[in-house]
Design a binder for this molecule. Structure first.
Ligand SMILES: Cc1cc2nc3c(=O)[nH]c(=O)nc-3n(C[C@H](O)[C@H](O)[C@H](O)COP(=O)(O)O)c2cc1C
Length: 325
């Protein structure tokens, strides 16, 4: 039977996509700077039997309208905006089953650092973390990070492919399952012969290093993506376990869903290779033994792949479930 998962959709800011709603007498979004706001939100979502909370993010400001950031600053349209990852550990603390999806941009941060932040959240949420992979769309963000302009669209996805390759190596390959001994009597925390540096020498990234975090419940977090272009859909078909699409009705969603499914099927050999290349971890996760389904609130990877649905605060904007697995 088809199973739908329902997520609340928010952002660590005052005005996410319901512009102006913060002025409503009963709106409490301006409390986004209080940890209580996030823990209450998470508790309510869990009590209400939602599957998760999904946090969007941008790392720039909208400054095209009127050639100025003034209109969005004045109306709090996604500015000010705080880091979405930080409240998650507190939300995890007050919940047991709620999943968390969080948006992080691949264009501006080395994969090595994000690998550790995601592993940390995977530990602290006990396997309830998911990552929405975005490559950015704001020139203002690019300028803030020292680029003259936003890197070209397809090149951002090409770089993101390498980014993911590095992350898979770090998350899945750097530490063996039995590397951590915690042998107090022998004074050995971990067996160095079961921990290895991974390396990558590509067009966009070069690195070598041991993943800094010990294996977390999921290792690789649940992967979300929202590519809409042909290149974005290729990327989604390769990597995403859940794909976001925006559509006014199910009929309009159909061509997108069909295209994504076809692409995912075409990439299936690649996906199998990806999974097969880490037989110890991916296959073990696929049988559910240490998957998020047991440890946290998400379903085991095989079942969870391809289910994406979000409960939005905005009425005209709807998301539909896409199964790509
Ligand atoms: C439901 C939904 C949520 C999205 N959330 C974010 C977000 O939080 N941050 C972001 O930078 N981009 C976000 N995007 C934009 C996508 O990452 C992507 O840029 C967009 O869908 C266009 O796809 P394309 O780059 O393949 O053309 C979102 C897209 C959709 C449909």
């Amino acid at each position: 039977m088809k199973k739908m998962q329902i997520y609340a959709f928010d952002m660590n800011c005052v005005g996410h996509i319901n512009h102006g709603l913060w002025t409503h007498p009963r709106d409490r979004s301006a409390r986004y700077t209080d940890l209580d706001y996030w823990t209450e939100f998470a508790s309510i979502a869990e009590r209400g039997k939602l599957d998760g909370i999904f946090l969007a993010d941008i790392v720039g400001v909208y400054d095209v309208y009127k050639a100025s950031p003034a209109p969005v600053i004045e109306t709090a349209a996604q500015i000010p905006v705080n880091d979405p990852l930080i409240p998650i550990s507190a939300m995890a603390y007050v919940t047991k089953h709620l999943g968390f999806g969080v948006t992080v941009n691949t264009t501006y941060e080395p994969p090595f650092l994000l690998a550790r932040r995601m592993s940390t959240l995977d530990h602290l949420t006990r396997g309830r973390i998911g990552w929405n992979i975005v490559t950015g769309y704001l020139d203002s963000a690019a300028r803030s990070m020292g680029f003259d302009t936003l890197p070209e669209h397809d090149a951002r996805y090409d770089a993101a492919e390498e980014y993911l390759e590095i992350l898979y190596k770090l998350w899945e390959g750097s530490w063996d399952d039995d590397a951590v001994l915690r042998d107090k009597a022998g004074g050995i925390y971990a067996d160095p012969s079961k921990v290895r540096a991974v390396s990558h020498d590509g067009k966009y990234y070069r690195m070598e290093g041991i993943h800094l975090a010990e294996p977390s419940p999921q290792r690789t977090p649940l992967l979300f993506q929202a590519g809409a272009s042909a290149r974005g859909q290729d990327f989604a078909a390769r990597h995403a376990e859940c794909v976001f699409i925006a559509s006014p009705n199910p009929g309009a969603a159909r061509p997108t869903v069909d295209a994504l499914r076809a692409k995912a099927a075409a990439f299936r050999p690649w996906r199998r290779r990806r999974e097969g290349s880490q037989p110890d971890h991916r296959c073990r996760r696929a049988d559910g033994k240490t998957s998020a389904g047991e440890v946290g609130g998400l379903s085991p990877p095989c079942e969870r792949r391809g289910l994406a649905c979000a409960l939005l605060r905005l009425r005209w904007y709807r998301l539909f479930e896409v199964r790509i697995g």
